[in-house]
Design a protein around this ligand. Structure first.
Ligand code: SF4
Length: 281
């Protein structure tokens, strides 16, 4: 089942949605039609999800999955991972990339959790108010908003929204989150609360999965296929990437600056890779 509206959710104080975000229900409905409604079921317990998410930082699902399998084969228990010589752990998770950074992060998190709870069972978090559970996870060194949200959503079925590269890119192009946070660039880390405030909690899981599928299949980083996109008339970026769609796409009023292809997350098809700004986050 997708994460349902819970008492924890009702206790949340969410920022008021910005008026320009009135397209959300239609966007959700079209994504549901395009990608279906996924059924929520946990693939891992919470501690495994946490370790897997740390392994997934800055790499593909395939690589992090390989690293996770190797880790669990090399170390039968979490205590073994926590106390392993660092070099041995680094070697075990090498396929996940950035192993010298991730290995101490994983050990630090495991040791911290063991010290605080006496073990590695994080199921108790499901019984806490959502923001309390999130804060508990965020207080672990190396656990950022995405890792915390992955544990809450995927393992515990709570309404949290992980913002990964695909979710961030598509949501930014759809203008669901602004390109800037004050004077600084918007980042996926900062986008979590903004996006969660716009989407009904019961839709978080399906929305997250749909945006990832959409980002991989249609709204790709380099060449978004806007003419085929089910959201093209709702998306202000469509005319930026495909000028032939101008006049048939969403226009946002209010305080939004005119969209510039170079300023969008991802790149304009008119740019060559060497000219393009960095993609993803
Ligand atoms: S219209 Fe283009 S930029 Fe907008 S969501 Fe669809 S593919 Fe992405």
């Amino acid at each position: 089942m997708p994460p349902a509206r819970t008492s924890a959710t009702r206790r949340l104080r969410r920022p008021k949605p910005h008026p320009r975000l009135g397209r959300i229900p239609e966007i959700i409905a079209r994504l549901d039609d395009a990608y279906g409604l996924p059924e929520w079921r946990p693939h891992h317990d919470a501690i495994s999800e946490l370790v897997l998410t740390i392994l997934s930082q800055n790499t593909s699902d395939a690589n992090s999955g390989r690293a996770f399998v190797r880790l669990t084969e090399a170390f039968p228990a979490w205590d073994d991972v926590a106390s392993a010589p660092l070099g041995v752990l680094i070697a075990a998770i090498q396929p996940g990339g950035l192993a010298p950074t991730k290995a101490p992060r994983i050990q630090g998190a495991l040791r911290d959790i063991k010290e605080r709870t006496g073990g590695y069972d994080l199921q108790f978090l499901a019984g806490l108010p959502l923001e309390e559970a999130r804060a508990w996870l965020r207080s672990i060194h190396g656990v950022g908003p995405k890792t915390a949200a992955c544990v809450l959503m995927f393992a515990l079925g709570l309404p949290a929204m992980p913002v990964d590269t695909h979710v961030f890119r598509v949501a930014t192009r759809l203008a669901l989150i602004p390109e800037r946070a004050g004077r600084a660039r918007m980042t996926p880390e900062k986008a979590h609360a903004l996006l969660e405030a716009q989407v009904p909690p019961q839709d978080f899981y399906a929305f997250h999965i749909a945006l990832i599928k959409h980002g991989r299949r249609v709204c790709t980083a380099q060449r978004p296929r806007c003419p085929e996109c089910v959201l093209r008339d709702l998306c202000p970026a469509a005319a930026v990437f495909h000028p032939e769609l101008a006049g048939r796409t969403a226009r946002l009023g209010g305080d939004r600056r005119p969209l510039q292809a170079g300023g969008m997350v991802g790149t304009s098809p008119r740019k060559t890779p060497s000219q393009a700004p960095p993609t993803g986050v």
